[in-house]
Write a protein that binds this ligand. Sequence first.
Ligand SMILES: *Cc1c(COP(=O)(O)O)cnc(C)c1O
Ligand code: SF4
Length: 334
Amino acid sequence: MITAKPVPRQASRWQRELAQAIGDPAELLRELDLDPVLLPAARAASASFPLRVPRGFVTRMRKGDPDDPLLRQVLPLGAELDEAPGFDTDPIGDRAALAAPGVLHKYHGRALLLVTGACAVHCRYCFRREFPYTESGAGAARWRPALAYLRDDPSLREAILSGGDPLSLSDRLLGALLAELDRIPHLERLRIHSRQPIVLPERIDDVLLAVLARTRLQRVLVVHANHPREIDGTVRAALRRLAAAGVTLLNQAVLLRGVNDSAAVLAGLSEALFAAGVLPYYLHLLDRVRGAAHFEVKESEASAIMETLRQRLPGYLVPRLVRELPGQPAKTPV
Ligand SMILES: *Cc1c(COP(=O)(O)O)cnc(C)c1O
Ligand code: SF4
């Protein structure tokens, strides 16, 4: 986990929004009219993984409600400091799976590039909260070994940009990376995993759309929303622009206790996503990372929720419930 860099002098609107993200728990509590009694725990839990949330996302939270499902995803709680057996720092074996610096190649035909450790929001349940990112080398040069790996494996069809959040990169760096990927003849698809269209819709601006329009690769963007209230008018507008630009839009969510652990909320999420041009893709069981035990939903409960979802929704709005197990050739269906 790496925090964002200072704002460049000619910053665009999204970079200014990002620079003004809330990082002080006292300020977040004040903005939402919440009891300052929550502060000491929030400070203690943010020592190892700081609070970070864009202001636009905070405006979608309910004031005065400490259990608001959007707040729960970002507010550091004392429960994060509890030891829980089975929850550790590398729950899905990613450190062992690095095929080259910055490349995870676990599944056939697609490799995942860790292009940055920075995120616009810090999700408390994230398994990457404990991931030791290194960003050696300046600018695009840092991806040289990863690009060489992709070039040398003709079985690869798809490059997945992940992190961190790849849309934390400047348009210039992202454009340089996409140009390199374009030149690898066996690649057909580019996939970007990003939460920014949800938490920082300003990121989807003309410059980014122009960068995405330049690649010859087919483009897929997998966003990450967990609750229907994350998708407001600004998010819908951003997603519709991406869809209009020919980008296939999918969503992955994480099943989280106290956030979306009910069929009603998940059905609402699928409907809200579809209204914005996004199909639900995966619903992940929580990765058992240290500090996130209080978010866990039991597998039997998850299966019961899925059964209700299947009865309520058309099949194309039902996400696949999966978990990630180390050493498996694909995500494992539950
Ligand atoms: C999740 C993941 C992928 C993508 O898997 P899909 O099933 O294609 O969505 C690829 N590589 C790694 C390392 C992953 O963790
Ligand atoms: S879930 Fe995604 S956006 Fe949230 S902290 Fe993790 S990598 Fe960043």
